[in-house]
Write a protein that binds this ligand. Structure first.
Ligand SMILES: NC(=O)c1ccc[n+]([C@@H]2O[C@H](COP(=O)([O-])OP(=O)(O)OC[C@H]3O[C@@H](n4cnc5c(N)ncnc54)[C@H](O)[C@@H]3O)[C@@H](O)[C@H]2O)c1
Length: 211
């Protein structure tokens, strides 16, 4: 598998590349960035450790890598200032992001290639990328299911409920705190999801498992 990271010289992009290196999960990692020297430097740094970690090719390069990439991860963009919300970033990041999408369109995506948007505001930019690149939610779900045997939504639910059970069994945190910790927006969603998975309420489950 080949992964190109657009924004690969930045903090998030270079950390993603390092994680892919340590995870030994891909064959080739390309760092692409407006800061070409920065991308080359990050690639060299990672490359120095490559022989000790995994049999991977790690390099820097341009949009000509996009058509042969199985996954293009976009981390390029401006960071939030301390007083800015994710949504405030929209004014500064959209134009930059549209330029990147234009370059990707010109280069052409690999058939069945995936695009993972990380830049903020992530939900808005993901929507924009799907529209401009002609990718659908179903395309993403199919690829995810083929890899992991379940939909992303189901995976997330299982993951969250297993965290909830761990916190119920091992801590005295109240349910509202647990909901916040695992990413449920409302207590009622946690309760409903828990009942669907476990057939009982979180409180009953805790009583049974903590004696
Ligand atoms: N989704 C998430 O969970 C999540 C988490 C952390 C950060 N972020 C977002 O990720 C983005 C990057 O954060 P960071 O801390 O790595 O910032 P950073 O400043 O360290 O890196 C951004 C990189 O993007 C590059 N870049 C800018 N314009 C470009 C362009 N047109 N083409 C190619 N490269 C370009 C810069 O040269 C820089 O290397 C921000 O938008 C941030 O808000 C998202």
């Amino acid at each position: 598998m080949k992964v190109t990271i657009i924004g690969g010289a930045g903090l998030v992009g270079s950390c993603a590349a390092f994680a892919l290196q340590l995870g030994r999960v891909v064959r080739q990692i390309v760092l692409l960035d407006a800061n070409t020297d920065g991308a080359a430097g990050q690639a060299l740094d990672l490359w120095h450790g490559a022989s000790a970690v995994a049999d991977q090719v790690i390099l820097s390069g341009g949009y000509d890598h996009v058509p042969t990439s199985d996954l293009v991860c976009i981390t390029a963009g401006l960071r939030r200032k301390p007083d800015e919300s994710r949504l405030d970033l929209i004014n500064r990041n959209v134009e930059l992001f549209l330029n990147i999408l234009g370059e990707m369109q010109r280069a052409g995506l690999k058939q069945d290639g995936l695009v993972l948007v990380v830049s903020n505001p992530v939900d808005v930019l993901t929507y924009l990328a799907a529209q401009r690149l002609g990718l659908s939610v179903r395309h993403c779900q199919r690829a995810y299911r083929a890899e992991r045997g379940q939909s992303p939504g189901r995976f997330l639910q299982h993951f969250r409920i297993s965290k909830v059970k761990k916190l119920l069994a091992e801590t005295d945190e109240d349910l509202a705190a647990i909901a916040r910790a695992v990413g449920f927006g409302h207590l009622s969603s946690l309760r409903a999801c828990f009942r669907r998975h476990e057939g009982c309420s979180p409180a009953d489950w805790r009583r049974r498992h903590r004696g």
